[in-house]
Design a protein around this ligand. Structure first.
Ligand SMILES: *Cc1c(COP(=O)(O)O)cnc(C)c1O
Length: 394
């Protein structure tokens, strides 16, 4: 037998990490890496954050799991805090981003069906989007590489160009239930939606009775310097999906909704065995303890400004390797002129972990607790790696 015991769905880099501390990861053989990938924008507070460790240890000694057949105090507290700091009135907890989006899509269908529009089920999505790997969310994302081999695709998604309001309006039919967008496209290549586009989508949704769904699985939880990326605009959605940073590395997702929409999710309509259990919501509450503390988002914005200016400098210096810096907050992308995989590998060889993204982009999504010296170190490595790539190309 030649198949790996772990199903070979990932082309993995041959490295194993043993432990982490803040923005650093240490391998089993003692090498140190600066972590600007953060497990793909997950470990928002870095590794082994003392407050998260303490809260999880305490909760682990009390109660790990409790069914949603019963009330869960930590879940109620986390829901209340998310509601208090967002447009939403209610939250459903699950275990991943795909599940959070799956819930959002189910909410959209049920909202219209509960309101007598039985044939409204179609959802307008954006090209380049990523919403997860379940059957519905790969259909929503619409990317051929994710759909390959999994036909037939779940019906009900109409894809239009990201950022193009006219195309979105033209795609509306009598069957359209909702429009879904990432306020900053992540996997698609770190592409922020501008405020006017989000505003236009809100107006369009209101005019045609559609739900506006934001997928903030990657852009949410402080990543862009606001708790949620859409808060940079004055637009609010009806439904929002969260995950990645929400548990600081513990698997937890959430689907938030307004009362008008969320009230259709009556007992028995949806569920999750693990979703929002005591251990997961303890992690989520510990993350919020840190993120909601005064000055936390100011720090994110200060570090984001610093990283941006350092990257601009590197891009100017290495015009043969990089084309552009883009993104928002600490969700930044370097658009490359050479294959982004080569850049990721070169950075890895020099001790910096980053993640590739679509549109030939290298994604920089460091932990939000990052400091100036780590930004300096990362910028120096990017500069060095770009120099090496340029020299090798000669
Ligand atoms: C990562 C991601 C998802 C999927 O999250 P999983 O936890 O892998 O299921 C969905 N939407 C966006 C925007 C993401 O970045």
């Amino acid at each position: 037998m030649s198949i790996s015991v772990v199903m070979p769905t990932y082309a993995r880099t041959d490295v194993m990490f043993d432990h982490g501390e803040g923005a650093w990861l240490c391998t089993v053989d003692g090498r140190r890496f600066l972590d600007f990938g953060a497990g793909v924008a997950v470990t928002a507070l870095g590794h082994a954050h003392p407050h998260l460790v303490e809260v999880l240890k305490t909760q682990a000694g009390k109660l790990w799991h409790c069914s949603n057949l019963y009330r869960i105090p930590g879940q109620e507290r986390l829901a209340q805090r998310l509601v208090d700091h967002s447009f939403a009135d209610t939250a459903f907890f699950c275990n991943s981003g795909a599940e959070a989006m799956e819930c959002a899509l189910k909410v959209a269908r049920r909202f219209h069906q509960a309101n007598g529009a039985k044939d409204k089920y179609r959802v307008i999505t954006a090209r380049g989007a990523f919403h997860g790997r379940t059957l519905a969310t790969i259909a929503a994302g619409g990317q051929a590489k994710h759909l390959d081999g999994f036909a037939p695709a779940v019906d009900g998604f109409d894809q239009v160009a990201f950022g193009n309001l006219n195309e979105a309006r033209a795609a509306i039919t009598a069957q359209t239930a909702a429009v879904v967008v990432e306020p900053v496209q992540g996997e698609g290549g770190i592409i922020p939606a501008d405020a006017a586009y989000l505003k236009g989508l809100r107006a369009m949704a209101d005019e045609f009775g559609l739900l506006l769904i934001f997928d903030e699985v990657q852009s949410g939880m402080g990543r862009t310097g606001k708790l949620f990326a859409h808060q940079w605009s004055d637009v609010t959605p009806d439904v929002m999906a969260l995950a990645k940073g929400l548990g600081g590395g513990f698997p937890i997702g959430a689907c938030l909704a307004t009362e008008r929409v969320g009230e259709v999710m009556t007992p028995g309509s949806h569920g999750s065995t693990f979703g929002g259990n005591p251990l997961a919501t303890a992690a989520g509450n510990a993350v919020l303890d840190v993120m909601l503390a005064p000055g936390f988002l100011d720090h994110v914005n200060a570090m984001a400004g610093l990283l941006w200016s350092k990257l601009e400098h590197v891009v100017k210096k290495h015009g043969g390797i990089f084309e552009q810096v883009r993104g928002q907050g600490l969700m930044l992308g370097l658009k490359c002129k050479v294959p982004n995989g080569d850049v990721v590998a070169r950075l890895f060889a020099n001790g910096l972990l980053v993640v590739g993204a679509g549109d030939n982009v290298v994604r920089l999504v460091p932990p939000l607790i990052i400091g100036e010296s780590e930004i300096d170190a990362a910028a120096a490595i990017i500069d060095l790696a770009a120099g090496q790539l340029a020299a090798a190309a000669k």
